[in-house]
Design a protein around this ligand. Structure first.
Ligand code: BT5
Length: 330
């Protein structure tokens, strides 16, 4: 693949491929057939050799690695056409000790999940449905901001690659024009003083065109928003680079620099909000988010209330679900 890409758009002779890879012509031909079966369009001419015509819109590990440039995030990729939930697969792989920064990605999920057992719509080939496994050397109590770090990484990547003003709603939904394009589900396996592993599950609606009726009003995709398809590999690579960049900052300098980025992109501070908590509903002025990631509300009587979790709706209009921590979800 690498040789075909390097010579693109020219032909590369079978002989050069044989020499470079140290394999026979028959082996080259077999390899070309496998690539074709995987969706790569490759022309073959008797005297000219092979020419790459088209790369399929698939999140194959080779495509993710091509030009990725990270040190550890996404270096190991577990690719699936189909998964029940990449978070579940990631947990199984982490239980068996997969490498730090490993990426689990699927073209579709049949049991994609949000928080509290909610369902996440993940149609084939239309989005980025993935999970990243990390082994952060911190106490479990210091891990919750990692979900917010994930939101910052994705929002920055979307802004860079698609050039649209992706915003963040507390704690980690990514919105475009008030509609949800991305959700994050972080799950932790920990002991009292030690994190065994952390899974950051990311769902981005990249080229989704149709949503189930019950979601339609509140969600969108990059393709719907811009009118153009977006290359998933390019957006994924940028997201992985941003994740690694921010993760290193967090490990070295703590959460403050990440929180600054987060606030710059937040679209729900300084306005009236309603937060549906597990037990009650609180309304107030969204004044700030503190260094632990708690939302600070100014209540009607002037007092301040810190919230660790809840479903936020903006009083001005739209109603979307936000984070809630329960069990091992962050
Ligand atoms: C989330 O939960 O937003 C976290 C979603 C994480 C999904 C990723 S995909 C890869 C990885 N593997 C998994 O199994 N999960 C992760 P929450 O805030 O609870 O929002 C869930 C709600 O969002 C649902 O109840 C729906 O209302 C809505 N929803 C479902 N599918 C959606 C979609 N594709 N786009 C936008 N909203 C959606």
């Amino acid at each position: 693949m690498y040789l075909l890409k390097e010579s693109h758009p020219e032909f590369i002779s079978g002989e050069i491929i044989c020499r470079n890879l140290g394999i026979s012509r028959t082996a080259v031909w077999k390899h070309i057939q496998t690539l074709r079966a995987n969706g790569y369009e490759i022309a073959a001419l008797p005297h000219a050799g092979y020419q790459l015509l088209n790369v399929p819109d698939r999140l194959y590990p080779e495509e993710i690695h091509d030009g990725l440039g990270t040190e550890f995030i996404g270096r190991k990729v577990y690719y699936y056409e189909h998964a029940i939930s990449t978070n579940e697969t990631a947990r199984e792989l982490a239980d068996r000790g997969c490498p730090d920064g490993a990426l689990v990605i699927a073209e579709e999920q049949s049991g994609g999940k949000g928080r509290l057992g909610r369902k996440w719509f993940s149609p084939y080939g239309k989005g980025i449905w993935c999970s990243i496994i990390l082994y952060p050397p911190v106490n479990p109590s210091d891990a919750p901001p990692l979900t917010m770090l994930g939101a910052v990484a994705i929002a920055r990547a979307i802004r860079k690659v698609v050039q649209v003003e992706a915003g963040i709603k507390w704690p980690n939904d990514i919105l475009l024009d008030g509609k949800k394009i991305c959700g994050i589900l972080s799950e932790m396996n920990a002991e009292i003083e030690r994190i065994n592993y952390l899974v950051i599950g990311i769902g981005i609606n990249v080229n989704v065109e149709d949503f189930p009726e019950e979601l339609e009003d509140n969600v969108t995709s990059l393709k719907i928003y811009t009118g153009q398809p977006v290359k998933r590999t390019v957006l994924l690579q940028e997201t992985l680079r941003e994740l690694e960049y921010l993760y290193k900052i967090w490990l070295q300098n703590g959460f403050q620099p990440i929180l600054r980025f987060w606030k710059e992109m937040c679209v729900m501070l300084n306005q009236m909000v309603r937060v549906n908590g597990i037990k009650d509903i609180v309304e107030g002025w969204a004044e700030d988010v503190d260094e632990h990631g708690n939302l600070i509300l100014r209540l009607g009587d002037g007092s301040l209330k810190g919230l660790v979790a809840g479903d936020v709706s903006l009083q001005g209009g739209f109603d979307l679900q936000a984070n809630r921590r329960e069990g091992s979800s962050l």
